[in-house]
Design a protein around this ligand. Structure first.
Ligand SMILES: Nc1nc2c(ncn2[C@@H]2O[C@H](COP(=O)(O)OP(=O)(O)OP(=O)(O)O)[C@@H](O)[C@H]2O)c(=O)[nH]1
Ligand SMILES: [Mg+2]
Length: 500
């Protein structure tokens, strides 16, 4: 039987749809990805390009979105921000983020990447455009609601169909894998000694949750870069920071066994079920179910750098993500929400760390991952594509003479303060030529053998983080939209068919 809260949601959803219908054509675009994947930078750059693409003061510059047809065909009249329709959701802080990326005028040294974000946010942009001749001619407009939400929350969906015992068992098995066992040792040591039948005690529960969260956090660190680490709120708590809703851990219990109501096992199970009912479900119902299009940003370079175990884990995470998109199409969640997403783009971000000769290879690696994930999920029910992009290009390319050897393909940028290669430590002010090395031709190679850093004998793979590019400003001091790689292709896939 549907819950009253679900019925209320239905009623609200109908009212919302009517309101949206009244405001003309619109689309809800979800932007997600695990922490640091590049969501904030992507949305900021996208808005910067869409609001300035047709700006008359920037006319005369070569189009920076040649593959985005509505713009390339000269039909884009303009893009402007509008108040978003959801008063209860924080607004995406676009102005703060673009100010961070460019820095104040004449203070280019102040430019920096935007702050990490921790919760859902939203922004509406309206595009005015000329319809294509032959169709209903004349001016048209499309409202695009962009929703930024943590990918960690998406990976919680499989929990809804798992009992506490089943989730516990799977979490223990995953934590015993070769890549994770050492990171899990502390928590497992504690968990093995915890008696599920013992009387529940809040101090023990809190201590166990701290150890479990420390294990998840260690798995996420750069050198391991694991992706599949539910429950999502343990790493990305949003509004639940410090809340007792996050004080539960998996326990070594038997499926079907009954534990006394005041036992540790019963308390943990209650909290696990509460997490599903009061955290996971509302997120899917209130945010996810309303999306029309989705881009999933993936920091594939971080996983490549960390090695095959991280790549295999990324594949599991992508499979779970795809399962979420398919949800409602004939499984337990049918009553909860019906996703309407008809296009999903998986995007490997930060492609500017690589020379362009490797961009297609990065795309091929992500395609390989998603194809395998799609095979497992079967029938995603949406068109899926894959891209390698840089929303903000922080490097340029050059050939640099090797010492006596052939010229090497390098990328040039300003490494962040404190980044290092070997003994060299960068100061955040000086440009450097970095030889990123080539990605392997065969995408399968990255799932086997050594971390990418060891794949190439001739050049070792080098990965440093760069500062944002120095902004170029027009005569009026306004910064031009930042350089990018394939952002226009992403826009065409996600929005192109709504702008003809
Ligand atoms: N070179 C380069 N670096 C990027 C790009 N996009 C993101 N980054 C780097 O990745 C970091 C994280 O980007 P964000 O956009 O903040 O990532 P996020 O997914 O919003 O991260 P959270 O808010 O922490 O979940 C930035 O601080 C940059 O260092 C890009 O296009 N090029
Ligand atoms: Mg962010």
């Amino acid at each position: 039987m549907p819950l009253i809260s679900d019925l209320l949601f239905e009623a609200r959803a109908v009212a919302q749809s009517l309101a949206e219908y009244a405001s003309g054509p619109h689309i809800r675009l979800g932007v997600t990805g695990l922490s640091r994947a590049g969501k904030t930078v992507f949305i900021t750059s996208l808005i910067e390009h869409l609001t300035k693409a047709a700006d008359p003061s920037l006319r005369g510059r070569r189009s920076t979105l040649p593959v985005f047809r509505v713009h390339a065909e000269g039909r884009l009249i303009g893009g402007r921000l509008e108040p978003q329709p959801d008063d209860a959701v924080p607004r995406f802080a676009y102005e703060d983020h673009i100010a961070a990326l460019t820095g104040p005028q004449r203070q280019v040294e102040a430019r920096h990447w935007p702050q990490s974000t921790r919760r859902v946010s939203e922004l509406r942009i309206r595009l005015d455009f000329e319809q294509k001749a032959g169709l209903r001619p004349g001016r048209q407009s499309l409202a695009i609601d962009i929703v930024d939400y943590p990918g960690e929350w998406l990976l919680d969906l499989p929990l809804l169909s798992k009992s506490f015992a089943q989730w516990s068992r799977e979490t223990f098995i995953a934590s015993a894998s070769a890549g994770r066992a050492a990171l899990a040792a502390h928590w497992r040591g504690f968990a093995i000694n915890a008696d599920p039948r013992a009387k529940a005690n809040e101090d023990d529960a809190r201590r166990a949750a701290e150890l479990f969260t420390a294990y998840l956090r260690a798995c996420r660190a750069d050198e391991y870069s694991f992706s599949s680490l539910p429950p999502g709120r343990f790493l990305m708590p949003g509004d639940l920071e410090g809340s007792p809703a996050l004080t539960f851990v998996p326990l070594a219990i038997e499926e079907g066994e009954v534990y006394p109501p005041d036992s540790l096992a019963a308390m943990m199970e209650r909290r696990y079920e509460a997490y599903k009912a009061h955290v996971v479900k509302p997120f899917f119902r209130d945010h996810f179910s309303r999306l029309d299009r989705q881009i999933v940003l993936v920091d594939a370079l971080a996983a490549l750098n960390a090695g095959p175990a991280a790549m295999r884990d990324l594949e599991i995470a992508l499979t779970d993500v795809l399962t979420a998109f398919r949800a409602g199409r004939g499984n337990v969640l049918t009553n909860l929400f019906r996703p309407k997403i008809d296009k999903i783009l998986f995007a490997a971000t930060k492609a500017d760390h690589l020379h362009h000769t490797s961009h297609d290879r990065l795309e091929a690696i992500l395609r390989h991952l998603t194809t395998r994930a799609i095979e497992r999920v079967e029938n995603v029910g949406a068109e899926v594509d894959v891209i390698a992009l840089a929303a903000v290009r922080a490097t340029r390319e050059a050939k640099v003479n090797g010492h006596g050897g052939p010229a090497l393909e390098a990328v040039i940028g300003t490494p962040l303060d404190g980044e290092r290669i070997g003994d060299e430590i960068f100061d955040g002010k000086t440009e450097a030529a970095i030889f990123p090395g080539e990605l392997p031709k065969d995408p399968q190679a990255v799932f086997l053998g050594e971390p990418l850093a060891m794949l190439s004998d001739e050049i070792d793979y080098r990965f440093v983080r760069f500062r944002p590019p120095t902004p170029v400003r027009g005569k009026d001091g306004k910064p031009f939209p930042p350089p990018h790689i394939r952002l226009d292709r992403a826009l065409q896939f996600l929005l192109g068919d709504k702008l003809i």
